[in-house]
Design a protein around this ligand. Structure first.
Ligand code: CAA
Length: 380
């Protein structure tokens, strides 16, 4: 596959890089420390078109391709992985879902503002007993006239505290398993819907992760996304795209780890030489660069398949599996290269390490990605 980026791709990448350096870099460490949401930056990301990158212009989006999205995500994540996941969830898991399955009315009411960054979206699939086993939905949605009554709990919901609209999955018929799940667009003000708990986390601390409670929350039937029973398929297809976004986030963390390591190893002296002169360091840097480039090509390949309208489920799983592993390994190596300083909050690499781990967990653990890839191999 030939990745000749267009002028537009390069412009998007440069815009994202400039934005990250000017608007995120100076505050990223402090926001991480204080668990502070980057509200102003998210608004500006919306103004730049980065909150609805693949949404058609007719619905307020930037109408760009997935390759552009990957390039922008990597640049944002390189500086601030928290801002990147906020952006990724809104783009891939909320905007893309509404764009593909939404009615015209839903697009006008939600997509236009979500893509423009004036509303923020969250995606609520996970539950205490439905993590990897996502179809085991205990949250129920019972039809009652023109509404559905939702009851249950969701957890690990990124953006849940600040979101105005949450794409919620719930069982409309538990006896049908995955075919009895439906999707709903739930507005923040809905009576009976509340944020139950804000989690305290190892990494991506400037993004919020919460559990949500539904107690007889009435949602208009007009807010159901897709048909009754189509929800699990919507969740899986949406997550296929989301996994490309998280792969790009992981790439950003890995690239930041590499760049910090190169810089530091040229400055830091030991035994009267810059440590970059030692093969022990050089081999680490070479492995990091090689693994990052391999993961980047897998991610771009998955994005290009999506843009070409080809099946990309397995390609997205491979990209996320490889990029998340690379992020964890690169950030761990960066801490090792920094030695004792790598363990201190004075330097950014300890944040890269803390931020990297979640990329192996959310939007499908590495074990789930392997399962998706293996099932396809065995089905063939
Ligand atoms: N596209 C379209 N349809 C799909 C699909 C896909 N990628 N994957 C599955 N389906 C369909 C199947 O075809 C099947 O339909 P049929 O019966 O008609 O054939 C149906 O869905 C059920 O599929 P499976 O039998 O494969 O379902 P399963 O129960 O075995 O689960 C799984 C498969 C891959 C493990 C899935 O449950 C999964 O991906 N789990 C992980 C969930 C996950 O990623 N959660 C992330 C939460 S969101 C998040 O993390 C966001 C954030 O905060 C940043």
């Amino acid at each position: 596959m030939n990745f000749q980026f267009t002028e537009e791709h390069l412009m998007i990448r440069d815009t994202a890089r400039k934005f990250a350096e000017e608007e995120l870099a100076a505050s990223a460490a402090e926001r991480d420390e204080k668990e502070e949401f980057p509200g102003e930056a998210v608004k500006k990301l919306g103004e730049l078109g980065f909150m609805g990158m693949m949404v058609p212009a007719a619905y307020g989006g930037a109408e760009l391709d997935t390759v552009s999205y990957v390039l922008a995500m990597e640049e944002i994540a390189k500086v601030d992985a928290s801002a990147a996941v906020i952006m990724s969830v809104n783009n891939s898991l909320v905007c893309d879902g509404i764009n593909e399955w939404g009615t015209e009315d839903q697009k006008q009411r939600f997509l236009v503002s979500l893509a423009g960054g004036t509303l923020l979206g969250a995606f609520a699939l996970s539950e205490p007993e439905a993590g990897s086993d996502a179809s085991n939905q205990r949250t129920t949605a019972a039809r009652d006239g023109d509404t559905y009554v939702l009851n249950g709990t969701k957890n690990f919901i990124t953006n849940g505290l600040h979101a105005n609209v949450v794409l919620v999955f719930a069982a409309t018929d538990r006896s049908k398993g995955p075919h009895g799940v439906s999707a709903f667009l739930v507005e923040k003000e809905t009576p009976g819907f509340s944020v139950a708990k804000k989690e305290r986390k190892l990494g991506i601390r400037s993004s919020d992760t919460v559990s949500l409670a539904f107690e007889d929350a009435r949602v208009p039937a007009a807010n159901r996304l897709g048909e009754e029973g189509q929800g699990f398929r919507i969740a899986m297809k949406t997550l296929d795209g989301g996994r490309i976004g998280i792969a790009a986030q992981a790439l950003g963390i890995a690239q930041a780890s590499l760049e910090a390591s190169v810089l530091y190893s040229k400055q830091r002296k030991a035994f009267e030489h810059p440590i970059a002169e030692f093969q022990a360091i050089q081999f680490k840097l070479a492995d990091m660069a090689t693994e990052i480039e391999a993961a980047r090509l897998l991610t771009l390949s998955a994005a290009a398949k999506k843009d070409a309208g080809q099946r990309y489920t397995e390609a997205a799983a491979m990209a996320k599996l490889a990029a998340s592993k690379t992020a964890v390994k690169s950030s761990l190596d960066a801490v090792q290269i920094y030695g004792g300083y790598g363990y201190l909050k004075d330097f950014p690499v300890e944040r890269y390490l803390r931020d990297s781990k979640i990329t192996e967990i959310y939007e499908g653990t590495s074990e789930v990605q392997r399962l998706v890839i293996a099932r396809a191999l065995l089905r063939a």
